[in-house]
Design a protein around this ligand. Structure first.
Ligand code: ADP
Ligand code: MG
Length: 881
């Protein structure tokens, strides 16, 4: 059997777009066939039918009406599919043989420009990654705003992934090389991101793929990731990308480095639990008025600065806005009227811009002179510079306001777009249409008079055009010689006349003609504006910057933040600091706390205190205050001196990374290892209960060694919260270590949290009191008190009988502190406080316990890694006999 010609055409096109769902235009429908049809019918809940196409079996098929395709495309793209839109590219009525069809664009998650599918205050990036030996280069593009960035300063996969996570791309191009295959980069990416991965061969890169740009300062490997990315985008858009003005390379050294775990832990842009903006830092700081400002704020929070001058430029503006509330109020009012200029620009460039977008642009532009005027009255350096550079785009404003109606049609091919007075041709045709309508009304009254039929009327419908309608009772008065009968209805007859048809031609002809002319004029105007995109985007950037600084000032004013002093010295000195998010959500009063850190006498704070005392909150607050200062915002404190920090690392809480099949403890250790290898003397490290994920002695040993390593090999400012009270002994042993605890007050048998951090270590855990507060049954509380008492008595007896009363760190060969003598391994841990007399008892009980545990293991539901960890734990348990 031979394929039908249409099916042949289908296969030719599908062959070129194998990785897409092909929307194949047939009349008023987009049809999908074969596998595409099966996927689409499943994902979109469409009825699967079939079509004879010259093959043995009917081809599975499903379809959607073309005019409602947008929603369907959006749903598929959201689910991570790519959709190729194949249109009829010639007029079907004029086609000889089969109508020509071609793919006019490919819609993919990372290349959307339709603002209905995008979140206002979030960029939509597509990323590309290229690896040559151990050198990674990355490129990112948001075609809805025209940003195109590239960088390459990584030597490890982890850093590249961290950088990528900053952009949270919607789609990725993986350039396949020998090296990407060797490290199985695809799998690594999949384990971190849930997104569409396109694999592209490195040889598809050609020298001229970046001809549109000045690439003189772009490094070789960056050219490859950028070139391949740009070619891909061009392929999907098929249209102009004139709003993508430049490939901008950036250096990581210009920003504070934050790895993905630290970002997550500090809840910068979303909360850990609910993934919501509310409850995150950005939630507290976002008062932006424009979508552009919203996106820039996110970027600033993700990329704190490290250069004092740049930070001070921002802080100075925030201060000026706070000091001059009138000016700030004016700006706020003007900015509230500004639409998403950046995204409108991308639509202008691609041709997808609607007349109403042009009106939004015009309305935004009309505010620019006011904004410039307000800028002229500002004093701070950054605002003065913005004033100098501010282009009010008056020419573009007058072009649009003189040419496009204030409430134009929603379509671009239906006329009603061009303003009266802009084009003589349009004006004349409009007049003809107007007149024509008058002529028709004239005909109606004349015919009434001539025939004497009072109810005679002239009407219009799409099938017959204009006609004269006469009711049955008046038929005898119809002048049969002039009237031509067209249609008979139950109670009337419809006629046309020669005259009516001549005028109709003029009226309807004008209407068709004017639609075409208006469409062409509209395209001309669009192209004229497109030539000025660079200027528009420059002004948009200034507006976004003002918006973010204004947002900082508003949040700072509302929440009582102060201007931090940014310092070259290695000090962090915060007086009465608060947590910017927690202070807004707790019921009671937030208790402020001070912090003093430097790189000599006060480098590492060991923070102890019962559960729920506020350790984690305190440490995060120090990290957040530092970060806020470095993005140029005021900070929640009564005063703050912040010596620039190059990186912030945080390891907070224990969470299972199940997607990677890693145990909590493995994750914890991997992250600590990341910190220890990447932190520098100028970093700020926050460690919260490190070592918790394993047995007590293991955990304590690791915690101890980590502090030792940080103190001796890195020397960076560190806050270390721990439940191992033993660590407080380090204060005496290591220079720069200071003990702090969060105070509580005993009140009879209960405790009251004072939330105040004070020098010194906590001596008790108050675990039982906290458990009581949490509502554990009285019986359990009472029993645990008895057990605790017994254990403590045991401990005292022990200490009296054993020679080693304390955990005594020993100097190892390398001269570093170590918790245990390397040779003492076989003897077991000397520091252990086990009553040797009773050890027999304990051993047999332990063995019983272990056996019981083994009996209850749910092996089926364990990963091999879990099993190893589990066996390790059991072994540890047995070893302690
Ligand atoms: P920890 O880490 O010591 O267990 P958290 O930092 O998680 O304690 O704090 C527990 C709770 O205490 C927080 O959720 C918050 O509601 C409250 N809290 C913490 N710090 C303060 C503070 N400085 N002032 C008032 N309440 C606080
Ligand atoms: Mg905690």
């Amino acid at each position: 059997m031979a394929l039908t010609p249409m099916m042949q055409q289908y296969f030719e096109i599908k062959e070129k777009h194998k990785d897409c769902i092909l929307f194949f235009r047939l009349g008023d429908f987009y049809e999908m066939f074969f596998e595409d049809a099966e996927t689409a019918s499943r994902e979109l809940e469409l009825v699967l039918t079939g079509r004879d196409c010259g093959m043995e079996k009917r081809a599975p098929m499903c379809g959607i009406p073309f005019h409602s395709s947008e929603g369907y495309v959006a749903r598929l793209v959201e689910k991570g599919y790519k959709v190729a839109i194949c249109e009829q590219v010639e007029d079907p009525s004029k086609a000889k043989g089969i109508v020509k069809r071609d793919v006019i664009k490919i819609v993919t998650p990372g290349t959307l420009i339709d603002s209905n599918l995008l979140e206002d205050t979030r960029n939509n990036f597509i990323a590309s990654v290229y690896v040559l030996e151990d050198r990674f280069s990355l490129s990112f593009c948001d075609i809805s705003t025209g940003e195109f960035l590239t960088t390459s300063s990584f030597n490890s996969y982890f850093k590249a992934i961290d950088e990528m996570s900053k952009f949270s791309p919607a789609e990725i191009i993986l350039v396949e090389t020998k090296f990407s295959l060797k490290i199985n980069l695809e799998k690594l990416i999949k384990s971190k991101f849930n997104l569409l991965i396109n694999k592209v061969d490195e040889y598809s890169y050609t020298e001229d793929s970046l001809v549109d740009f000045d690439i003189s300062n772009i490094k070789e490997e960056e050219k490859i990731s950028s070139g391949i990315l740009y070619s891909y985008i061009k392929e999907t858009q098929k249209g102009s990308l004139s709003h993508v003005l430049k490939v901008e390379r950036y250096d990581l050294e210009n920003y504070m480095m934050l790895d993905s775990t630290s970002r997550k832990n500090l809840e910068l842009t979303e909360t850990i639990r609910g993934k919501s903006k509310k409850g995150s830092l950005i939630g507290a700081l976002d008062k932006t008025k424009t979508p552009m400002g919203g996106r820039l704020l996110r970027k600033w929070i993700e990329e704190p600065l490290v250069k004092i001058d740049e930070i001070n430029l921002r802080l100075e503006v925030v201060e000026e806005f706070i000091d001059n509330l009138n000016a700030a109020g004016d700006f706020k009012e003007f900015l509230s009227g500004v639409y998403d200029i950046e995204r409108i620009t991308s639509k202008i460039s691609s041709g997808a811009v609607l007349p109403k977008d042009m009106v939004s642009l015009k309305n935004s532009l009309s505010l620019l002179p006011d904004i410039k005027e307000s800028l002229s009255m500002c004093r701070s350096l950054a605002l003065t510079k913005m004033h100098e550079e501010f282009d009010t785009l008056g020419d573009i404003h007058s072009l649009i306001s003189s040419s496009i109606m204030d409430s134009p049609s929603l379509q671009i091919k239906e006329g009603n777009i061009i303003k009266d007075g802009y084009s003589i041709e349009v004006d004349e045709l409009r007049e003809a249409m107007q007149k024509g309508k008058q002529w028709i009304m004239d005909i109606e009254s004349r015919e009434r008079e001539e025939t004497g039929i009072k109810s005679l009327k002239v009407s219009y419908n799409k099938v017959f055009g204009y006609y004269i309608e006469v009711t049955k009772s008046n038929l005898s008065s119809v002048p049969e010689n002039r009237y031509i009968r067209k249609q008979t209805l139950a109670n009337c007859e419809r006629y046309i006349t020669e005259e009516l048809k001549t005028i109709e031609e003029k009226v309807l002809g004008a209407e068709e003609k004017i639609k075409v002319i208006e469409y062409n004029l509209y395209q001309e105007i669009r192209e004229k504006v497109a030539l000025e995109i660079e200027r528009i985007l420059k002004t948009a950037k200034i507006i976004a910057t003002i918006d973010v600084l204004l947002s900082f000032s508003e949040a700072s004013f509302e929440n009582g933040y102060v201007k931090p002093i940014i310092s070259k010295d290695d000090v962090i000195d915060i007086k009465e600091g608060r947590h910017p998010v927690v202070e807004r959500v707790i019921d009671g009063v937030f208790v402020p706390n001070c912090t003093y850190l430097n790189n000599a006498s006060d480098t590492i704070s060991i923070i102890t205190g019962p559960n729920m005392a506020g350790k984690s909150t305190y440490m995060r607050q120090v990290a957040l205050i530092t970060l806020m200062a470095q993005i140029g915002c005021f900070v929640p404190a009564s005063s703050a001196v912040i010596g620039i920090v190059d990186r912030i690392f945080t390891r907070i809480g224990a969470s299972d990374d199940l997607s990677l099949g890693q145990s909590t403890f493995m994750v914890e250790m991997a992250e600590v290892s990341n910190i220890l290898t990447n932190a520098t003397r100028n970093s700020l490290v926050i460690l919260d209960e490190v070592g918790r994920g394993t047995s007590t002695y293991d955990g304590l040993s690791i915690a101890w060694a980590v502090v030792d390593y940080i103190a001796n090999s890195i020397g960076c400012k560190t806050l270390f919260a721990t439940h191992y009270h033993e660590l407080t002994e380090l204060e005496e042993k290591i220079q720069g270590v200071k003990n702090y605890c969060i105070s509580v007050k005993e009140h009879g048998e209960d405790i009251i949290f004072l939330r105040k951090i004070v020098p010194g270590g906590a001596d008790k855990s108050y675990g039982i009191q906290v458990a009581k507060l949490a509502g554990l049954p009285d019986k359990v509380i009472d029993l645990s008190k008895t057990i605790l008492q017994r254990l403590e008595e045991n401990d005292i007896n022990n200490k009296n009988t054993q020679s080693s009363k304390k955990i005594e760190p020993l100097k190892s060969n390398k001269g570093q502190l170590s918790l245990f003598d390397a040779n003492s391994e076989d003897k077991g841990y000397e520091a252990r406080s086990i009553d040797k007399e009773n050890s027999k008892d304990i051993i047999s009980k332990k063995e019983r316990d272990v056996l019981k545990e083994i009996e209850n293991i749910d092996i089926i539901n364990m990963t091999p890694l879990d099993a190893i960890n589990y066996i390790y734990k059991l072994k540890e348990k047995l070893k302690s006999k």
